[in-house]
Write a protein that binds this ligand. Structure first.
Ligand code: LLP
Length: 432
């Protein structure tokens, strides 16, 4: 009935998440409100961890891509599920470390790391720095040298794969700002350079082909290409690549019509490719890393809003305005993303009202969804936007000086705040 297993409807006809009545949550915490279900998050973590155990003899690790949803409590959950963490900035690294996340399970990405970020990462003793380009390699070698350390690194490779997803979130093709390309010979050159440098220790390769990919073929293809490159490196340099990070990008259900592949299926098929090619090329089986972000948290989260004005423009459309918008969910204005929307306090009523859900920002494009069927709503009703657990809170802004909403975690009928809502005072804190 719903795009996510953690959702249901109770006897009062109210939407529930993780056993909590959304109307009650709104009464207690107000709107807008992000709500995440811990049980669902943990189930997703376990499905990925299990898939490596079952399909690859546990010879690998699942890293949560923290950009999808980064806060201290999420880091603690990931830690307790025995997973690692992918961070892409000093801020994400700081969040992880301040949550007590073990540094030796942190992987640092990004196409333009600052010297300070590199120093902090080396100082903390993180697991790997994923090096994006030549100047960065030289910088890491220099900084590690001055610190008297040897940096454990991987390279971000563009495998030349065009995954069919939105162009803003497609990253495997040659025209991408991320990584070094195979086709141009750049990837082989950077590997050779690393082997000459004193203060770096090349551990492995990484690729990430895009996000919200609903098909396994591109992942299999990426694994093929990367194994071939590992074999080429061995032939040309004699060096054995021990680790292969295949990135994230596994799609989730935003609409009923979306058909994501079971998480176990990805590893099953990808592991088969890795094993077959390793044998064919006579190279050692690499330790595998995967980096799911969206698929861990996306469908575990919803956003609740209060309906304000309902404005019908005859023969054109009806706008339903809510008390949030692009500031807490910029994904529609950025990518025209699909979402399932419903009235949380009338969840059993028919969804026969086609509306455009608009935010409160001073911007015409500030919409959450267009032409979406919801229940007949009026001022004061509560709207729920589903599958907002990934890249909503993490991409939120203070546009129009709107404070960020709190994030509430629910778990088997209980709720707790895991990120406090911002206040107006927070907004002016850094103003001088
Ligand atoms: N690893 C790397 C190196 C990445 O760049 C990403 C996402 C991931 C893992 C996690 O991908 P996921 O499993 O979440 O698809 N803001 C966009 C998504 C950008 C994804 C960026 N990189 C959105 O809201 O759809």
């Amino acid at each position: 009935m719903f795009v996510s297993e953690c959702l249901d409807v109770n006897r009062d006809g109210h939407l529930t998440i993780g056993g909590c009545d959304t109307v009650e949550l709104v009464r207690r915490y107000g709107t807008p409100l992000y709500v995440m279900d811990e049980t669902q998050i943990r189930e997703h973590c376990r499905a990925f961890v299990q898939s490596i155990k079952e399909n690859y003899d546990g010879h690998g690790r699942v890293l949560f891509a923290s950009k999808a949803f980064c806060c201290k409590e999420m880091c603690r959950i990931v830690e307790s599920e025995d997973m690692g963490l992918d961070v892409v900035s000093g801020g994400e690294l700081y969040t992880a470390l301040s949550a007590g996340f073990p540094a030796d399970r942190i992987y640092f990405h990004g196409n333009n790391k600052t010297d300070l970020e590199i120093e902090t990462a080396l100082e903390a003793g993180i697991a790997r720095i994923i090096v994006d380009n030549f100047p960065e390699l030289e910088t890491i070698n220099r900084i590690a040298g001055t610190m008297g350390k040897k940096a454990d690194i991987m390279f971000r490779i563009k495998p030349g794969i065009d995954a069919h997803t939105h162009s803003f979130i497609r990253t495997g093709q040659i025209d991408s700002k991320f990584g070094v390309a195979l086709e141009t010979g750049e990837a082989m050159q950077i590997v050779k350079r690393a082997l000459e440098l004193e203060n770096v220790n090349l551990c492995g390769l990484h690729c990430h082909i895009g996000s919200q990919i609903l098909d396994v073929d591109p992942f299999e293809h990426a694994a093929e290409v990367m194994l071939k490159f590992i074999a080429d490196i061995k032939t040309e340099t004699g060096f054995t690549v021990r680790e292969l990070n295949l990135g994230g990008g596994f799609g989730i259900k935003y609409l009923e019509s979306d058909n994501p592949v079971a998480y176990s299926e990805y590893m099953n098929r990808v592991a088969r490719v890795v094993k077959a090619r390793a044998q064919e090329y006579g190279v050692d089986l690499p330790y595998i890393l995967i980096e799911p972000g969206r698929s861990i948290v996306g469908s575990a989260g919803i956003t609740l809003y209060t309906v304000g004005a309902v404005k019908t423009i005859p023969d054109i459309r009806t706008y339903v305005s809510v008390d949030g918008g692009m500031c807490d969910n910029p994904r529609y204005i950025l990518y025209s993303s699909d979402y399932d929307v419903l009235c949380a306090n009338k969840a059993n009523e028919p969804r026969d009202f086609k509306v455009t859900v608009a935010g409160k920002c001073c911007e015409s494009g500030d919409l959450i969804q267009e032409n979406t069927p919801i229940q007949r709503v009026e001022h004061g009703d509560i709207l729920a936007v589903l599958s907002t657990g990934a890249y909503n809170y993490s991409m939120s802004s203070n546009y129009n000086r709107i404070p960020r909403p709190p994030v509430v975690m629910v778990c088997r009928g209980e709720s707790r705040v895991i990120v406090k809502g911002e206040t107006f005072e927070d907004l002016v804190r850094n103003d001088v």
